[in-house]
Ligand binder design. Structure first.
Ligand code: ITT
Length: 216
């Protein structure tokens, strides 16, 4: 029998990616829908604190007391902006969007000619927290990359049109900026590649993997 994981999220893109990961492992992902205003997101600069607080609140809305529930909080952290928008990623996306973010970075070249480092470096971070009916498990994931100079649309959601991941080596680990690897989007942002390609690099997949490793 398939186990159901109730996922508290309003984001259909996150649901689809979670299903892609959990499906082959015998889990079904269902969206946990709660009354408006039922979950209060705390003010915090830690994705983990936010995810754990939301998970604790979500438990009150489960269909049964032993059901599994998950929350996953993520954000885009831009090195040159000291990690901004980070925990404010949703707000920034809703207000200035991808185009506005690129405008904030127009002064940054893609490479510093002296230090040879990518001045547009950024990373996606994800924290997944799961209540398995008895205890809470937490998984962290990171996807390093950089901000594209233009919008690549067609796939994904959120900041995917402007986020280009670093290439991966033979073991699926990110390579230093500028190094070419066997797994690559060839400079394309996630918005320009299929969901299963994004999945190979994804912060979300890494967080879910770490979380599932802890399931008894
Ligand atoms: P929840 O209901 O699950 O909170 P959300 O979309 O508000 O959905 P987050 O707060 O975790 O989710 O995400 C912060 C922002 O970062 C939001 O604008 C997302 O679209 C964006 N984001 C998170 N993961 C992303 C990904 O894999 N690709 C593109 N954008 C992503």
């Amino acid at each position: 029998m398939e186990a159901t994981v109730w996922f508290l999220t309003s984001n259909p893109g996150k649901l689809e990616e979670a299903q892609l990961h959990f499906g082959p492992l015998g889990y079904t992902i269902e969206q946990l829908v709660v009354p408006e205003g039922a979950i209060v997101e705390p003010q915090s600069d830690s994705l983990q604190d936010i995810a754990i607080s939301k998970l604790e609140q979500a438990k009150a809305h489960l269909p049964s007391s032993d059901a599994m529930v998950m929350v996953e909080d993520s954000g885009l952290f831009i090195n040159a902006l000291d990690g901004f928008p980070g925990v404010y990623s949703s707000y920034v996306h809703e207000t200035i969007g991808c185009q506005g973010l690129l405008r904030l970075l127009t002064h940054l070249e893609s490479e510093d000619p002296v230090q040879h480092k990518n001045l547009r470096a950024a990373s996606y971070h994800a924290v997944a927290a799961l209540w398995d009916g008895k205890s809470m498990l937490v998984g962290l994931g990171e996807c390093p990359g950089s901000l594209a100079s233009e919008i690549h649309e067609g796939h994904g959601f959120g900041y995917d049109p402007v986020f280009v991941p670093l290439d991966l080596d033979d073991f699926g680990q990110p390579l230093p900026a500028g190094e070419l690897g066997p797994t690559s989007t060839h400079g394309m942002a996630f918005g320009g590649v299929e969901i299963d390609v994004k999945h190979r690099f994804s912060h979300r997949r890494r967080a879910l993997e770490q979380l599932l490793e802890q399931l008894p």
